[in-house]
Design a protein around this ligand. Sequence first.
Ligand code: NAD
Ligand code: TYD
Length: 359
Amino acid sequence: MHAAPATFLVTGGAGFIGTNFIRHTLTLRPQWHLICLDALTYAGNPANLDDLPERYGERYRFIHGSILDEKVLSNLFREENIAGVIHFAAESHVDRSIHKPQTFIETNVNGTCRLLTICQEMWEKTGKPAYFRFLHVSTDEVYGSLDDVGYFTEASPYAPNSPYSASKAASDHFVRAWHHTFGLPAIVTNCSNNYGPYQFPEKLIPLMILNILEERELPVYGDGANVRDWLYVIDHCEALLSVLEKGLPGETYLIGGGAEKRNIEIVELLCERLDQILDRRGRKRSHHLIRFVTDRPGHDYRYAIDASKIAAQLGWRARFQFEDAIEATIHWYLAHRDWVAAIRSGAYRQWLETNYDNR
Ligand code: NAD
Ligand code: TYD
């Protein structure tokens, strides 16, 4: 019998979750080869993966290119015998989608459709192998906002509220359609807010850690009561491996960390912990840096996931406790000040001015 190839294409692998996925998977799956395709937007950092060619030789390959580029995609599928695609590439920041929605439509909707089209062509040309998987990594934000009770499940109706979540919702629907209409073995995952190493410091947790370190103001939107269900990125990566290896085509799996926190709780916890580490006391304590600023337009109140389907059907559960993983995350940022300095380019500073100056 012919063994299935073990070469996977990871789109958006130079971003936050993609980087963690590639690094973790190369360690956990010694037979696998990974190809990272990334357009290296402001959120993609090739330095995250710099050491991999030397450590893993031909098991790892980087291609600088866009999922919108048909030529790059078809060459790639012709050259390599690809067993599956883990599709992370996207514009991923809600605030940026409010300032500039068009890029989100282009990358998240058109980019995903282009990728689906090429995958379908190649999958058909190679005799529709049963092992092939298209794993679309999406967000719980497609389900809109919850009030204080209840959880999102795989049966929740779509109700995206931001241009970001609307573009991800559209891409989820196209993935579903490609499975239903063409039979492409595609699976969708929708997960809650991730945190951990390599996250670009425009998202809540790394932004607050770095602002505390640098004694800058801590901008909390509205009253800080909004709730997110925090998922450690390594737990997410392991969930994705379970879905890739055991999930059923055509299905959706929700992935959550089971750690609901209000934004203000997160900010206060980071202040307290960093003050202990940095020995800041009395008037040096970081709480005085907290500023309640103008709320994000259309700000979703609460996200929370019922992850019982993936637990029951695939045996995945989050392994990390929030308290331990946030501690590891804080220490990662403390130990990687050079990484932070390198990505804080002119474009990053310009973004901070655009987003926060009029709040
Ligand atoms: P990120 O913004 O850190 O990384 C996105 C990556 O995609 C970057 O490396 C960027 O260069 C690349 N990219 C952008 N446009 C591209 C294109 N046209 N072609 C190829 N590469 C391109 O995002 P992330 O936080 O790592 O999220 C990854 C995926 O997970 C996204 O699809 C996002 O919607 C989803 N997701 C993220 C979270 C979260 O908390 N971070 C939660 C739920 C779902
Ligand atoms: P974010 O990390 O942008 O993720 P998402 O919008 O996808 O949930 O934001 C997490 C929460 O933190 C969200 O409720 C908005 C809030 N937030 C702030 O209060 N201040 C900030 O500076 C940022 C970036 C986010």
